[in-house]
Design a protein around this ligand. Structure first.
Ligand code: ADP
Ligand code: MG
Length: 695
């Protein structure tokens, strides 16, 4: 077998390949674009395109594609071949700088939320040179941003890049105040931990709900679930281990730093974590990881489920967004430093994050809102829908000391003085213990844990970066005008702690009492997508997002509509699938079982006069459930019909929340009861025990 060090990144047009294949002048100019965002001129683009094409063709590629991330949440691609006719009737392989930097997919069918009238439907894709091109399945993939001709963002990459730029701008202002003149750029990094389920493909094929919606819409709980907690970090079964090894290899070839793999809490649930990267690259890599996970599973006779809640009653899947901010000089701004000076700077950035999370709870909550994730948040397996920050006891005590002008720690006599005192060393142990917090400080980064497993990480990071950029702007405005910097800094941090400490909560986030306490503190509890998503259009959010150039007002309204539309459509498909399964599979199966049991009874009675009380009871119970189920199905049909007539999108989303989802729950309840009473051989699709323990 080839060594990992040799094949890692072999399918990526990375820095090493750029250096080897580009002239020094072209390489330097491209590097400037990548590192500092200076515009690329066409002669450089031509040279890069030619080198990319030669490298790709050498590796067997015949096509190229502008790879982009429209609002569907999955990636999109249209493949063009490199071929170009030659005078002698043959072909040559060509690829120009123009084709590299700009593409024009006929993209009229992507959701734009009304941003793009169909007569000018063509959007265009623009190369993101900061994310390396790569080869997959014989095609050269060029990561791109997707915009309308009038410049509006139609994807998740454009606003993500804008949010990173906003944060860079404001963080540089703050760093200047601390005298860090050597810093030229500030970037955020993310390491997303990805959870997923694996089920056997043959079983999967028998379930319409999994095929159509990615989750089970019916299913009685098996005798054993996750209560023994024997799966978490348990030994990995051979078939799963083979899958994971194959997956690692595929990801490594694509230059993705897949690092950690283990079993998760639920049976059949697993996790993969990469080493962190600059945010937009991490976002590209996470999209690619999800795609490759699903593809590789098929080779092993498995299906990889990325849905947030594939099974009721066992844990769902999330994605932990480990996030930090660092400078091009290699300083992590969320890491407590070793000198008083570094510490003061750290505390200011920490205060900025605390205020940002408090001021923009709604944006963070809605950035992870989907129909799938609504099943997870607050379900005693994932953080509640209430946003709070975990800091750990040590750091919380430091902040309290600053707020109250009291000494910190047992031995200290003097009050905590910023810019003079050194912070104590925090042990990573104590900062990382709480797993129930939606937003936890873990030593040198924050872990945003509310993301759903199928979410693109872009949305969460757009809003997180934007909120922090806004607070850094406010801080810079205030501090730039101060006469005595240290005094002003101290005052600012103190005031920020006082005003925003309500968002800090170090206790158990799964506890009911916390929800009541959070309400007392005035924290938001946006339980569903229908509750959360409209908040993006609140004036305070529109003002903030537009002032940093992250979205235009039109983009914000269009995004609300697209996300609500996704929510409505997803639930609608689930409802229709339930109706279909109920009418065509479940009701007939129960009826058949009841009929067979009844004919047994008459046979037995004709032979001998036996009581048959068991059979009679089952038949009675089942016929009750059949009536219930039939009625619930009819009710759901009615609700789905009613939904069709609601034109206003916000109203429709509320109808989904208040009427369709409860009707689905009711239908499921009677079906699951019937499943528990019906002989296994009659049940029309594989039950939970097979799905969860079948691999
Ligand atoms: P956990 O205890 O949550 O498993 P780890 O230390 O293993 O924590 O890290 C989890 C993820 O956090 C990994 O993807 C890792 O690369 C990422 N990570 C580590 N340091 C940083 C950082 N400074 N910024 C962003 N992500 C980071
Ligand atoms: Mg983690």
């Amino acid at each position: 077998m080839e060594k990992v060090t040799e094949f890692f990144g072999s399918m990526v047009f990375d820095d090493r390949i750029m250096k080897a294949t580009l002239s020094e002048k072209v390489y330097k100019s491209l590097k400037r674009t990548i590192d500092r965002g200076t515009p690329l001129d066409i002669s450089v683009a031509n040279a890069v395109a030619a080198a990319m094409k030669d490298w790709a063709v050498e590796k067997g590629a015949t096509h190229y594609t502008h790879w982009f991330q429209p609002m569907t949440g999955v990636t999109a691609e249209k493949h063009d071949s490199f071929i170009s006719p030659a005078p002698d009737g043959r072909v040559i392989m060509e690829f120009s700088g123009k084709e590299l930097v700009k593409g024009e997919p006929d993209a009229s069918s992507f959701p734009s939320g009304g941003l793009r009238a169909t007569f000018e439907a063509r959007g265009y894709t623009a190369w993101d040179p900061t994310s390396y091109a790569f080869i997959k399945d014989g095609t050269l993939y060029i990561p791109t941003a997707f915009c309308s001709y009038t410049g509006e963002a139609l994807d998740k990459k454009v606003p993500l890049l804008r949010s990173m730029e906003a944060l860079n701008r404001q963080a540089l202002r703050v760093l200047k105040l601390f005298g860090n003149d050597a810093v030229r750029s500030v970037k955020t990094s993310v390491g997303p931990e990805q959870e997923y389920f694996l089920v056997d493909r043959e079983l999967w094929k028998k379930r319409k709900d999994l095929i159509m919606t990615g989750r089970t819409l019916f299913g009685a709980l098996p005798p054993k679930g996750q209560e023994m907690e024997d799966h978490y970090f348990g030994s990995i079964k051979p078939r799963v281990a083979e899958y994971m090894a194959d997956l690692d290899n595929e990801l490594w070839k694509l230059g993705i730093l897949a690092k950690t793999k283990h079993n998760e809490v639920a049976p059949a649930q697993h996790e993969l974590a990469p080493i962190y990267k600059t945010t937009n690259i991490a976002a590209d890599h996470n999209q690619l990881t999800m795609e490759v996970m699903q593809k590789v599973a098929l080779r092993h006779g498995l299906v990889c489920l990325l849905h947030e809640k594939p099974f009721a009653g066992v844990n769902g899947s999330g994605k932990h967004n480990n996030w930090s901010i660092s400078t091009d000089t290699g300083v992590n701004l969320l890491s407590p430093g070793e000198t008083p000076h570094e510490n003061a700077q750290f505390l200011l950035f920490l205060a900025a994050v605390i205020k940002a999370v408090d001021d923009y709870q709604d944006l963070l909550r809605l950035s992870v809102a989907t129909a799938g994730n609504d099943h997870r948040l607050g379900a005693n397996e994932a953080p509640p829908a209430v946003i709070s920050i975990f800091l750990g006891d040590e750091l919380t005590a430091v902040l309290e000391a600053i707020e109250n002008d009291t000494p910190y720690g047992g031995t200290a006599k003097e009050k905590m003085q910023l810019g003079v005192d050194v912070l104590p060393q925090f042990s990573k142990d104590t900062t990382d213990r709480n797993r129930t917090s939606p937003f936890a400080f873990t030593g040198n980064k924050f872990e945003f844990r509310m993301l759903g497993s199928s979410n693109s990480i872009s949305c969460a990071n757009i809003h997180l970066n934007a909120a922090v950029a806004e607070v850094l702007k406010q801080f810079a405005d205030e501090l730039e005008g101060a006469d005595d910097f240290n005094a002003a800094l101290h005052e600012l941090i103190k005031r920020t702690i006082k005003d925003h400490k309500r968002i800090i909560f170090n206790g158990n986030g799964y506890d009911e009492a916390w929800i009541a306490e959070a309400e007392k503190r005035g924290l938001l509890n946006l339980k569903t997508t229908a509750d959360a998503m409209p908040k993006i259009c609140d004036k305070k959010n529109v003002d903030m997002l537009t002032s940093h150039g992250i979205f235009t007002e039109a983009e914000i309204f269009s995004r609300r509509d697209i996300m609500l539309d996704n929510y409505i459509k997803q639930v609608n498909i689930e409802a229709l699938t339930m109706i279909d399964m109920s009418r065509k599979e479940i009701l007939p199966a129960i009826a058949k079982f009841a009929a067979d049991t009844a004919s047994d009874v008459s046979v037995k009675k004709s032979v001998a006069s036996v009581e048959c009380s068991y059979e009679t009871r089952i038949i009675e119970k089942l016929s009750e459930l059949v009536d219930e189920l039939d009625l619930a199905t009819t009710e759901l049909e009615g609700a789905v019909n009613e939904l069709k007539d609601i034109d206003v999108i916000v109203t429709a989303s509320e109808f989904v929340r208040d009427t369709i989802l409860p009707a689905m729950d009711k239908l499921r309840e009677s079906a699951d009861k019937a499943e528990a009473l019906t002989a296994e051989s009659y049940w029309p699709f594989p039950a939970y025990d097979k799905l969860l323990f079948g691999v």
